[in-house]
Ligand binder design. Structure first.
Ligand code: KG4
Ligand code: ZN
Length: 336
């Protein structure tokens, strides 16, 4: 079966073709970063309009790279939520209508399920049950995944998502949006001894996170210590160190609490090298298997939607003819 995957939940238009036996055949991402750059964040209306402009040319490109025609597609998967309503509607409208025109099934995919299953696109692929650490621009969640379609959120952020905290702190340091990767790069020049940032909620026995205070700490440190390049790098180091230590400690607690022996990382911040290294150490110490998607599939992508969609389509799932998106949607409410 050839499955077309469409991802348009935020600021990436991404399409992929997944084949049930041959795996991923084609994958394209058009990022809107340059479009939103002057505004320092995603402008929803501009995002939707840009998806409208880019999605059809990307569809033709993706079919060409997979060397198939539209008529060969057997099923279509699109991101149904959560995300920006206008942006979601672009992928959902194209996906649902195209499937109707071709007389094939369409399935709406939960964006976070896509992220959680992205590591299964790799050769070394995790099996259920596992603990998922979902760290992106919009989400920071610890998820106990007992089987395909059954997820329980056991910890989450009480304020900013971790990627959002990276981006806001990067902005304070004068780095362009989205600044997560640039902040990580700057942290490489930082002096580990100079600043110690607080590790939020670490003393609390629960599995929740809080990252908004770190950004304030970074702002205050900048104000008192000056903003020369070395000070900025030292702040970047201390910020990243506090985030990584907090994420790692909460993962350790969650693994011990759930007794799960597999940890799967998902979401854009999963591309962070310091986080990858720290979690590798933690998992080696706890005798837990650790899985990451390749960095390209940590951030938003159509491949994870095509793959998750295929798993649902083969179970017989399909949308009715209504074009429906769900901008706010918890993974816990997903039905397998
Ligand atoms: O999963 P994603 O592409 O989009 C959402 O669904 O939110 O994640 C994007 C987030 C941004 O906040 C970006 O700054 C962050 O992931 N990010 C990073 C790195 N690469 C991307 N954060 C820290 N270190 C990185 N290397
Ligand atoms: Zn995402």
């Amino acid at each position: 079966m050839y499955i077309l995957g469409l991802e348009t939940s935020c600021d990436e238009t991404s399409l992929a073709i997944y084949h049930s036996e041959r795996g991923l055949l084609a994958h394209n991402i058009y990022s809107q970063i340059a479009l939103h750059h002057p505004y320092g964040g995603v402008v929803p209306e501009r995002a939707s309009r840009d998806h409208v402009q880019k999605i059809l040319p990307l569809l033709h490109e993706t079919l060409a790279s997979a060397e198939i025609t539209l008529q060969q597609i057997d099923g279509i998967a699109y991101t149904k939520g959560p995300g920006l309503v206008g942006a979601l509607l672009v992928g959902a409208t194209l996906g649902r209508t195209l499937a109707f025109a071709l007389g094939i099934p369409a399935v709406g995919v939960h964006h976070l399920e896509g992220h959680l299953l992205a590591a299964q696109l790799e050769v070394e692929s995790p099996e259920f049950p596992f603990l998922g650490l979902l760290v992106s621009g919009g989400h920071t969640e610890l998820i106990a995944a007992s089987e395909f379609g059954r997820y329980q959120t056991i910890g989450e952020t009480l304020d900013d998502a971790v990627g959002e905290a990276f981006d806001k702190t990067a902005k304070l340091l004068g780095l362009p949006y989205p600044g997560g990767a640039a902040l990580a790069k700057l942290a490489e020049q930082g002096n580990p001894q100079r600043f110690t940032f607080p590790k939020p909620l670490l003393q609390k026995a629960n599995l929740d996170f809080s990252f908004s205070g770190l950004k304030t700490f970074a702002r205050n440190t900048l104000q008192t210590e000056g903003c020369d390049m070395q000070t900025k790098a030292d702040i970047a180091y201390a910020f990243q160190h506090a985030v990584v230590a907090t994420l790692s400690k909460k993962c350790e607690r969650a693994l011990l609490q759930t007794q799960l022996k597999t940890l799967v990382i998902a979401g854009g911040v999963g591309a962070n090298t310091a986080l990858r290294q720290q979690l590798a150490k933690l998992c080696a110490a706890l005798d837990v298997k650790l899985y990451f998607p390749r960095p390209l599939f940590c951030t938003d992508n159509g491949a994870m939607i095509a793959y998750a969609g295929w798993l649902r389509l083969r179970q017989g799932a399909q949308e009715n003819l209504a074009i429906k998106v769900i901008p706010r949607w918890s993974l816990d409410d997903l039905q397998s």
